[in-house]
Design a protein around this ligand. Structure first.
Ligand code: ATP
Length: 273
């Protein structure tokens, strides 16, 4: 078997391919064109921060990459797999290799934390014995920085920060190569947000994850993102390391990074936050 053949798994995952490759993506709702020619490459093992004004289509982009909503045009590859293909959808390839933390945590309110984390395990590995599922769920709960005491609690019995950690535990359930986070620090106080950023960075390094992170939080961009991608004018106007993005000549970018909040975040980074 050649090296190339070995790098491609039975389910079609190409371990040499970029984590995400989007070309010419077009998304339309009725008469509203949200994306018109979005291109994006996400490299293995990077944390990419996706920013843009409200309604520029950050969540729509994430849902398209996850195969949750077919776009009106363009191509999407995730780990070398055509994410829009029938086969990928039918076999759940993208779902099995990605973990997602939605904005509100999206936990099942009637299930405990441990039961929530077990849901994807039971769905994808129905033959796993129950005690093994419990052990795996507990491991993910600890990896997300939660105490074991949180496991039997319902989401309503947790603080906002703990709920997000429970969401991360569930996102990690299937040992994904890619983690998608939709505004992970929204609603957290600054100390909680900084701790959450730290958790993401630690997990990314320890597990070699690729992280696609939608955020409005400038501190998150400055502290943990390797590159920043900016959605504006219905496309990705730049995807580059922050120093390059800060200098990019675009009105939204200039306002965002050099307005009062942008300057405060830069100062905080310089002081070591
Ligand atoms: N299911 C849908 N039906 C109709 N329009 C939609 C749908 N989903 C998204 N849109 C529209 O697409 C645009 C982009 O939405 P999206 O949620 O991706 O924005 P966003 O960049 O994530 O915004 P925010 O930063 O405010 O969360 C919005 O104008 C929204 O109204």
């Amino acid at each position: 078997m050649s090296a190339t053949a070995q790098a491609v798994s039975a389910e079609g995952i190409d371990h040499g391919a970029p984590a995400i490759r989007v070309r010419g993506l077009r998304n339309v709702f009725g008469s509203q064109v949200v994306h018109d020619g979005v291109d994006l490459d996400v490299q293995r093992g990077e944390i990419i921060g996706v920013v843009g004004g409200s309604g520029t289509g950050k969540s729509v982009l994430m849902r398209a990459i996850l195969g949750l909503r077919p776009p009106q045009g363009g191509t999407i590859e995730v780990l070398g797999v055509d994410a829009l293909s029938e086969r990928a959808r039918e076999e759940g390839v993208i779902e099995r290799n990605t973990g997602v933390l939605y904005q509100n945590g999206a936990l099942f309110s009637s299930l405990t934390v441990q039961e929530n984390v077990a849901v994807p395990l039971k769905e994808h590995y129905p033959d796993l014995p129950a005690d093994m599922i419990d052990d795996l769920a507990m491991l993910k709960i600890r990896m997300a920085g939660l105490d074991e005491n949180a496991a039997p609690k319902l989401p309503s019995q947790l603080s906002g920060g703990m709920r997000k950690r429970a969401g991360i535990a569930r996102a990690l359930a299937l040992d994904p190569a890619l983690l998608f986070l939709d505004e992970p620090t929204a609603g957290l106080d600054p100390i909680g947000a900084a701790a959450f950023d730290e958790l993401i960075r630690t997990l990314q390094r320890a597990l070699g994850l690729t992280v696609f992170l939608i955020t409005h939080d400038l501190d998150t961009l400055y502290t943990i993102c390797d590159r920043v991608a900016v959605l504006a004018d219905r496309r990705m106007v730049i995807a580059a390391p922050l120093p390059e993005v800060e200098k990019f000549d675009h009105p939204w970018v200039q306002e965002y990074f050099h307005g009062p909040r942008g300057r405060a975040a830069q100062d905080a980074k310089d002081r070591g936050r």
